[in-house]
Design a binder for this molecule. Structure first.
Ligand SMILES: *[C@@H]1O[C@H](CO)[C@@H](O)[C@H](O)[C@H]1NC(C)=O
Ligand SMILES: *[C@@H]1O[C@H](CO)[C@@H](O)[C@H](O)[C@H]1NC(C)=O
Ligand SMILES: *[C@@H]1O[C@H](CO)[C@@H](O)[C@H](O)[C@H]1NC(C)=O
Ligand SMILES: *[C@@H]1O[C@H](CO)[C@@H](O)[C@H](O)[C@H]1NC(C)=O
Length: 482
């Protein structure tokens, strides 16, 4: 009896210690830092934002020199990315791959400590919507980048990977154990997986429970979150209570069935948007992200891979210039607004809630809205709104969105203002014929924010500021010559 108790006690002690070790070895959560914004925060502000919030890893979509230089000696681990449109060149030229590695990895690693850990070759290159465009170039590009890393002596510290959408595998049922790679790219996936395995590199997958809900109106809402959906899906004794685990383990089964059951997996993107769709709001985003992050912090994995997960939230900041081809939600994935301010309460792993970016300067407090006496029946209204929305951002209008309750006047004002702000409050950007006026009264109502853009540090580098910059220069020259 005593022996049994002791054995139990010591085994639970070992368990506790193991758990502690695991918890301690878990890295802070990573984030994706995308830059498709009309008014991006400066790289140094974003780096500070990440550090202030205890973020330790960042995934980039390219290798912007300004961003990499801001990451110098930041202590952040970095995944640099190669955009899909470079895959063809890198696949066809080892020399191009060597140049890429030399310029975009070696230079930063050696010249002062950017802690680059991974090169992401392509971004979801096998997405079904690309119709196979990148199927012949992804693997050769991966091989060339690996060869270039080896030649540069960096292959031990920098690993290659290919961030793939979860649509590269599927299951014939709701059970992960029925999973395998998509039939049309099955052989290609095996070649890639074998190559990653041979080079000690991880598989990177992007998993989106939000899209399950978006694409299927009958999807059980609770199964998208981490609160324990019942009845759980039973897969030969393993219980699945959320679609993230089931999706992740479908990949584990696909790998295992093909002989690569131990290949490390990185979750390259995971998150929830806050606007642009009826299921995209603060409540759901908070519930999903906090649910995931809290579990991540405990080091608890999935039924098939119970150990710690390695993951990057999508996304750090909103990007108002992203293509909305996937849906209006696409510009609203950020945990922070475009200006680095938090959207909702969240604990990213440090012991306090998230804190916003410092020292961000907004443009003046003025807005472009529909004139009080404007004639809404004017045949200028429709083309004006269409023009504004095409060239600015109206993804917060529409059913179930943050500004979905505006009346028609509010809608028109929202569109006008978005165009005006994206054009840096230029007077000429609030000249919708007989319809618009500038006001200093904030038209925002409730959650519906009539945004004001920020002053971008790099404004002079944008084409549209060049004339002004040149003018200033001439005036300056004129005065110095006098
Ligand atoms: C927005 O994206 C379009 C198309 O991708 C690009 O041509 C344009 O320069 C971008 N605008 C800004 C301000 O970044
Ligand atoms: C380095 O990366 C940048 C950004 O992705 C790219 O524009 C550039 O062409 C790359 N440099 C080389 C030498 O390939
Ligand atoms: C893929 O094919 C569809 C249907 O043929 C077409 O509408 C779409 O533009 C294609 N996409 C790309 C990226 O080639
Ligand atoms: C406002 O605009 C959105 C998006 O264009 C549209 O779906 C909605 O019906 C409009 N609302 C009104 C009241 O016109």
């Amino acid at each position: 009896m005593g022996l049994l108790v002791d054995a139990k006690l010591s085994s639970s002690l070992v368990f506790l210690l193991l758990n502690l070790l695991l918890v301690c070895s878990v890295n802070g959560i990573g984030v994706n830092w995308g830059t498709q914004a009309t008014h991006p925060l400066s790289p140094s502000k974003v780096v500070k934002l990440m550090k202030d919030n205890g973020i330790q890893k960042v995934k980039l979509f390219d290798a912007d020199p300004g961003i990499l230089s801001a990451l110098k000696k930041s202590g952040l681990q970095v995944m640099v990315g190669i955009p899909n449109d470079m895959l063809f060149t890198l696949a066809n030229s080892l020399q191009a791959a060597e140049k890429w590695v030399s310029k975009n990895v070696s230079a930063h690693v050696s010249s002062g400590g950017v802690d680059i850990r991974y090169v992401a070759v392509g971004n979801e290159p096998f997405l079904s919507t690309y119709n196979g465009t990148f199927e012949t170039t992804t693997l050769p590009a991966l091989q060339n980048i690996q060869a270039a890393l080896t030649k540069s002596g960096l292959s031990n510290r920098v690993k290659v990977t290919v961030p793939l959408n979860a649509d590269v595998y599927q299951s014939s049922s709701e059970k992960p154990s029925d999973g395998d790679f998509r039939t049309d790219i099955h052989d290609l996936m095996l070649q890639i997986v074998k190559f990653l395995n041979d080079n000690g590199a991880p598989f990177t997958v992007n998993i989106y429970p939000f899209l399950s809900l978006y694409e299927d109106a009958n999807f059980p809402v609770d199964y998208a979150f981490f609160n324990g959906f019942q009845p759980a899906i039973d897969d030969n004794g393993k219980a699945y209570e959320n679609v993230f685990d089931a999706n992740h383990d479908t990949l584990v089964w696909a790998l295992q069935k093909n002989g690569f059951g131990n290949l490390p997996i990185i979750v390259g993107e995971i998150g929830w948007p806050t606007d642009g769709d009826r299921n995209a709001n603060f409540l759901y985003a908070q519930k999903f992200n906090q649910g995931f992050i809290s579990r991540y912090a405990t080091g608890k994995g999935t039924p098939m891979r119970p150990g710690p997960i390695d993951a990057y939230l999508f996304s750090l900041i909103d990007e108002d210039n992203k293509s909305i081809q996937p849906g209006n939600f696409e510009r609203h994935w950020g945990v922070f607004y475009f200006d680095g301010q938090p959207k909702y309460e969240l604990n990213l792993g440090s012991n306090r809630g998230i804190i916003g970016a410092n020292g961000v300067e907004h443009l003046a407090k003025k807005w472009c809205v529909l004139k009080g006496n404007a004639n809404l029946n004017s045949d200028q209204v429709a083309p004006s709104v269409a023009y504004a929305c095409q060239n600015a951002d109206c993804t917060s209008l529409g059913y179930g969105t943050s500004c979905g309750n505006l009346d028609i006047k509010g809608n028109v004002s929202y569109a006008f203002n978005s165009y005006y702000q994206i054009n840096d409050q230029m007077d000429s950007a609030c000249k919708f014929p007989g319809l618009s006026m500038i006001t200093d009264k904030d038209p925002s109502v409730g959650n519906c924010r009539f945004k004001i853009m920020i002053q971008t540090d790099s404004a002079c580098m944008h084409g549209r500021f060049r004339p002004l910059g040149t003018l200033v220069l001439y005036v300056f020259l004129f005065y110095t010559m006098m």
